[in-house]
Design a protein around this ligand. Structure first.
Ligand code: E4P
Length: 225
């Protein structure tokens, strides 16, 4: 399972990238708004930081297929041709996904709440489909199960699309999908930090340090004992 950062705060992106093994960055219009910077200014900075080969996902705003396609062109022109264009999975979105995919554009179908949306987007050529796990849970359905069902639908129908699960609120949700082997998850930086924040880990490590310092002296390590 690939792990992507769902954030456009350049400081947080850099910090998370430095410590965690990440495969790319995803954004949406709300995430860009939260950065309080001009969209292309911050996106260009993210692109420069992660390099031209890594995955960067950027969403269109338009509601009509033709306008979505126009936006996709500008996004790729300004951020690199391999940038994944996120298209909301409406009927107009589906039309845009079809023609963009035929033209060789990497498309991520977004705002996925149902397996049928994902199935159609994949048939239309989307590379990824992004089910919103926690938002689905908040509606009283099982977001993890829906993401797994989408993964199974792709495999059983010979579709090459992958699930890019999104909208996580805790480690357990991400872990369930890693166990299932879905294609990718995109996760906010604070949730990523929570992956290995655990009092048991901290106390086990501190006990090792205390024992060692008891033997050779405070502040000593294997480099100077
Ligand atoms: C991904 O495509 C979505 O834009 C995003 O992950 C939604 O996350 P949220 O539900 O935490 O806003």
């Amino acid at each position: 399972m690939k792990l992507l950062i769902d954030d456009a705060n350049i400081v947080k992106v850099k910090e998370t990238w430095e410590y965690y093994p990440c495969d790319g960055v995803t954004t949406n219009p709300s995430i860009l708004a939260a950065s309080e910077r001009q969209p292309y200014e911050v996106l260009r900075e993210i692109r420069e930081f992660i390099g031209p080969e890594r995955e960067l996902h950027v969403q269109v705003i338009s509601k009509k297929a033709k306008d979505m396609e126009k936006e996709a062109g500008v996004i790729r022109e300004r951020l690199g041709a391999n940038t994944y264009v996120k298209i909301p999975m409406t009927p107009e979105g589906l039309k845009a996904i079809k023609s963009l995919s035929e033209a060789g554009v990497n498309v991520t179908a977004t705002a996925i709440y149902t397996p049928m949306q994902a199935f159609l987007a994949a048939k239309a050529g989307a590379k990824y489909t992004a089910p919103y796990v926690n938002r689905i849970n908040n509606m009283g359905y099982n977001g993890i199960q829906i993401a797994m069902d989408i993964h199974d639908i792709f495999r059983k129908n010979g579709l090459s699309a992958e699930v890019l699960a999104a909208s996580f609120k805790n480690s357990q949700q991400v872990l369930e999908l890693a166990k299932y082997g879905i294609g990718a998850s995109t996760v906010a930086t604070d949730v990523i930090e929570g992956f290995i924040k655990n009092a048991a880990i901290t106390s086990a490590i501190q006990a090792f340090v205390d024992d060692f310092e008891g033997l050779v002296g405070n502040g000593r390590t294997m480099a100077d004992c």
